[in-house]
Design a protein. Structure first.
Length: 287
């Protein structure tokens, strides 16, 4: 309530930061935070809604993968869509709030290209004519101050960028603040892409492991001629899915050439996949 207080014209960064800290500290933090923020973003009070959107953007910048996972679900995206849709609150939401929601959703399509539901939700708004064109991000919009970074950030490892950012933020010139904003945005995008790469790799390797294990079990039953028609369909579907995973592993390997440990992990997954596909071809074609 304090972080979105409509009686305060400026953002209360201390309260917003405490809100982010609580989100990070609580196991259910992202889910509960978004439930509260959705309610505030739909507020008929323009300032309360705008403050809530600032809190949302700050959480996106500070609360990591768990928060990103929740914003990428239709459960939350639908709450943002309601603010824009004339079927819900679009008739009385202010133009300023609707523009800001559109900017937020568009920025997520750029920052989280791997999140299909975000892409689908935004494209649906365009197809329905609710969003007529992609918004232009304002040049002078300064991103919320980042929280202390416990993990290795580019600003922690790149001393030159860190010094440049510090110098730009101390300046009172508009062009320097714009340059700082561009620098922060580029670094956030770079870090989010790295995070997305890690997520894609972990998910792919996990899927390979689960699919291969399941295939091994079904192939053993197939060899004994104990497989039901339904299980035979499942086995065939697993084979087709595993074939599609191979090019994904090759792509992940090309992204990880500079990291021997990660590359070894991907190649090991590829070996499992190759063995399972070969075993399927041998056993199924022999019977």
């Amino acid at each position: 309530d304090k972080a979105t207080d409509p009686s305060i014209p400026e953002e209360n960064w201390e309260c917003i930061q405490r809100f982010c800290d609580q989100v990070n500290a609580d196991t259910e933090g992202p889910l509960l935070a978004l439930r509260l923020l959705a309610h505030k973003i739909q507020s008929p009070q323009e300032r309360e809604a705008l403050h809530a959107l600032t809190v949302l953007e700050t959480c996106v910048n500070n609360c990591g993968d768990r928060f990103h996972s929740e914003i990428a679900k239709f459960r939350f995206l639908n709450e943002l869509i309601k603010v824009l849709s004339p079927k819900y609150y679009g008739t009385w939401s202010s133009e300023k709030v609707k523009l800001r929601v559109t900017e937020v959703m568009f920025s997520w399509t750029v920052w989280f290209p791997q999140e299909v539901k975000i892409q689908d939700a935004y494209q649906m708004l365009k197809k329905q004519g609710i969003v007529k064109e992609d918004p232009k991000q304002p040049e002078d919009k300064i991103l919320p101050p980042p929280s202390p970074r416990s993990q290795n950030s580019i600003f922690d490892t790149d001393e030159e960028k860190s010094k440049l950012l510090a110098r730009l933020l101390k300046s009172s010139h508009t062009e320097d603040l714009q340059a700082a904003n561009h620098l922060i945005q580029s670094v956030v995008r770079e870090e989010q892409e790295k995070s997305a790469q890690v997520s894609r790799r972990v998910n792919a390797i996990s899927e390979v492991s689960e699919n291969v294990k399941h295939m091994d079990e079904l192939l053993e039953n197939y060899r004994r001629q104990e497989l039901s028609p339904a299980d035979q369909e499942t086995l065939q579907a697993l084979f087709q899915r595993c074939e599609k995973l191979r090019p994904l592993l090759f792509r992940l390997a090309s992204e990880a050439v500079a990291d021997d440990e990660v590359l070894a992990e991907i190649l090991q997954a590829n070996d499992k996949l190759t063995r399972a596909l070969g075993q399927y071809r041998r056993i199924v074609s022999c019977q």
